[in-house]
Design a protein around this ligand. Sequence first.
Ligand SMILES: [Zn+2]
Length: 284
Amino acid sequence: MASLPHASGKDKAKALRQRIDASLDGLAQAVDDVRASETFRQFLDVQARFHKYSWHNTLLICMQRPDATQVAGYRTWQKLGRQVCKGEGGIMIFAPCPWKREKETDTGETETEQGIYFKAVHVFDVGQTDGPDLPTVDVPTVDARADDLLANLIRVAESRGIAVNFRPISSGPFGASKHGSIDVDNSHATGQQAKTLSHELAHEALHWEDRGPFTRSLAELEAESVAYVVCLHFGLNTEVRSSRYIALWDGDSKALRASLECIANTARDIIDDVEVPDARKAVA
Ligand SMILES: [Zn+2]
């Protein structure tokens, strides 16, 4: 029985949604596998030993050593198996020291007085220490080529009024979403660039609108999941990178499923936009 064009469009949409849901299921499982792995547990274990410094101390660290990445006291470094190198000057911060003392009142009773004073202490950046590397979670770049997908994604960005700037980015993330423009690091394979561009397109679509408060972790989980679904749809599998990236941003399968609708809809919009010219070709 020949189906009406309208019905076939509906069927196509339904099939696409099923495919998206299946890939998101796979991703959710992969993220949980990363979180359950021994490497990830060791990484979290070490991260937990780094003190979360106050805003004030963070500024002090940044002023004295702008390139500091991981900072800890002399003894903490020793416990982590690393030694502060000879001749390295410490970074001065203020450590809160609570105090307490017993005091006798006029009536002869004992009263406890307490307060906090701040004492200057010195901490050291990982670059000032020597020893075995700390456990990390490697987030490999995508090294496959995807020239066609990249070209199509650039066209999608342009059709949405978003300018894409390709440039080498020396450190930090491979791209940036700037509300109306996107930066993509072009020093990687076109597969990685396509992954980055779909990630930033998702940020552009989802994270500049006023939708109430959300965390950076959630924004990264959503953007990376959209990128994963879009890339996989066009034959580029980014599971290793995407699952580790999401786990490092503290995402898990529960958070992914809670955002499923928003991820699936955003991915479908991008996939549809990429496929538009093919549809036109088919009609012509
Ligand atoms: Zn991002």
